[in-house]
Ligand binder design. Sequence first.
Ligand SMILES: Nc1ncnc2c1ncn2[C@@H]1O[C@H](COP(=O)(O)OP(=O)(O)O)[C@@H](O)[C@H]1O
Ligand code: SF4
Ligand SMILES: [Mg+2]
Length: 336
Amino acid sequence: MKPLLQVRDLRVAFDLGRHGFLTAVDGVSFDLAQGEFIALVGESGSGKSTTALALIRLVPPPGFISGGRLLWWEEGKGEPVDLLRFSEAQMRERRWRDIAMVFQGAQNALNPVMRIAEQMMETVRAHQAMPRDEILDRAARCLRMVRLEPSRVLRAYPHELSGGMRQRVLIAMSLLMNPRLLILDEPTTALDVITQAHILEILREIQEQMGLTMLLLTHDLAVVAKTAHRVLIMYAGQIVEEAPTVTLFESPYHPYTRGLLQAVPTLRGDLTGKRPIPGAPPDLRHPPPGCRFHPRCPYADEMCRRAEPELEEVGNRRVACHHWRRVAQEAPAQKL
Ligand SMILES: Nc1ncnc2c1ncn2[C@@H]1O[C@H](COP(=O)(O)OP(=O)(O)O)[C@@H](O)[C@H]1O
Ligand code: SF4
Ligand SMILES: [Mg+2]
């Protein structure tokens, strides 16, 4: 597979003034190959959105990217460029055309007094001069990709559409400039289960048909089971496990992944086994010493409290846990 983006040792901090520094993304590295569908999963506050915003260089102040490299392969080029070295003007050219993002909660951020057609028109015109008819053709094509009827939706106002339809409009808008990478931040959160499944199916279809690379952010591991090729698990600003989706569900190596899986009710359809992970993620201004997960981990011992585990490569996966071998043996297999 051809590489598209390699994230290397990415760091993002928020300068909270007298409240100190908060490191939201702390040394994150991962690869996206062309045409892959990757999920980034972790509880709320683990740093998913901040990671994604860093990829398009839109981390809001007082946040800033404090280190790392974003190696990006331009179309048809053999050598990557580092997105972090681009000027803001160069980066602006790449947003939406090369890398598009559907922001978390954006269904509610559509302009309430503008018809969808006008909003789609504005999106295109912000990037490229194009005749009205051509834009409308393109908008209609993108709406059909998300299974919306253009004749009805283009003249609608946002409040005339359901939450699921608004989310699909946003996905259609993100496709307008024909990007190579699409980032979706919690695209199904706040939607009912049936609408969620429908949107995931549409995303997978678009991904396969267009050969688009997708990065899906979610706190809900159930969402990725039938969607993503590969999963990255994030905890307290760091990647703690990475594996192909089927492998991850069948044999999680990290206790946190195992905990997330046990909190998933829908895989076998029974709610009785659902057990949320006790405790809460740490305050990222003062992460715990050693392994950041140790205060919540049933396997934690003295070594875990003292030494930070490295993200080790094990075959086609990665894991950051001193005791992953033990966890791997004990973890129950989840059949997909
Ligand atoms: N604008 C901000 N100002 C201060 N802290 C922030 C801001 N945005 C995010 N954070 C902090 O960064 C951490 C990661 O947040 P976020 O990336 O939103 O996580 P996730 O998307 O996984 O829920 C959290 O501790 C959050 O409080
Ligand atoms: S390193 Fe220790 S505390 Fe951290 S996840 Fe592994 S067993 Fe748990
Ligand atoms: Mg988020």
